[in-house]
Design a protein around this ligand. Structure first.
Ligand code: AP5
Length: 197
């Protein structure tokens, strides 16, 4: 049966970059792992309902609507993968107008049934710089204090997910210029469980 692994990290930590590296490594090894971006699935659902928007605008929508779309996205992702392991690229929380909204609240966890959480982290100064680099993104403020707050909220939320699911939480660091090493660490973790055959 397919396993789901949640890969989360605060905006600008480099999840997408590391998962692209992982995709290359998987291609080289012929392993069967599918990578799905939760935000892309949510965006498709919004668009399907006639609400097109830039991906960074979704967290500005009403919280009730985001929660509903989260549940639908989890149900779609739960159907993916066949026998392959599915890595879900997402966030431990998103910052909404009403406050921090959990990225994998209980109704999402019930759909995804993740077997493992991987929390990507990086040096806070580095994250602030990365947020400034991508001019086409609207990642919001990223001063040192803000990034520190988000990193600690992310860990706290990951701990809560671990309690709710019984799944372990592995923290992996995406150091500057070392995205390949972070991807290799993920691959080793999956291989050690025989989840990428
Ligand atoms: P999402 O799709 O996750 O946004 P994203 O673009 O994938 O991710 P981030 O903005 O978090 O950036 P990143 O950490 O992937 O960094 P990147 O690799 O680009 O989310 C979009 C939206 O979907 C959310 O805002 C939310 O509204 C919604 N959403 C998603 N999940 C949800 C959920 N569960 N519930 C509710 N809503 C949800 O890298 C950033 C920069 O750093 C790049 O320039 C890159 O080149 C550079 N960089 C990365 N790694 C390194 C390195 N090692 N060294 C040097 N530079 C690096």
């Amino acid at each position: 049966m397919s396993k789901r692994v949640v890969v989360a990290g605060i905006p600008g930590v480099g999840k997408t970059t590391v998962l692209k590296e992982l995709q290359k490594l998987l291609g080289e090894s012929g392993a069967s792992v599918e990578i799905v971006n939760f935000g892309t699935v949510m965006k498709g659902l919004f668009e399907g309902a006639g609400q097109s928007m830039q991906r960074d605008e979704m967290r500005g929508r009403a919280v009730d609507l985001q929660r509903e779309v989260q549940g639908k996205a989890a149900a779609i992702i739960a159907e993916r993968g066949g026998h392959a392991t599915v890595l879900v690229d997402t966030h431990m929380f998103v910052e909404t107008k009403d406050g921090f909204l959990a990225g994998t609240p209980s109704h999402v966890l019930a759909g995804l049934k993740p077997s493992l959480f991987i929390l990507l982290e990086a040096n806070p100064e580095e994250i602030s710089k990365r947020r400034l680099v991508d001019k086409d993104r609207l990642r919001g403020p990223g001063g040192h204090g803000k990034v520190m707050e988000e990193l600690s909220w992310s860990r706290a939320t990951a701990a809560a997910c671990g309690v709710l699911t019984g799944a372990p939480v592995k923290i992996i660091t995406n150091e500057s210029g070392r995205q390949r090493e972070a991807a290799e660490a993920i691959l080793r973790l999956l291989s050690s469980r025989d989840w990428c055959n």
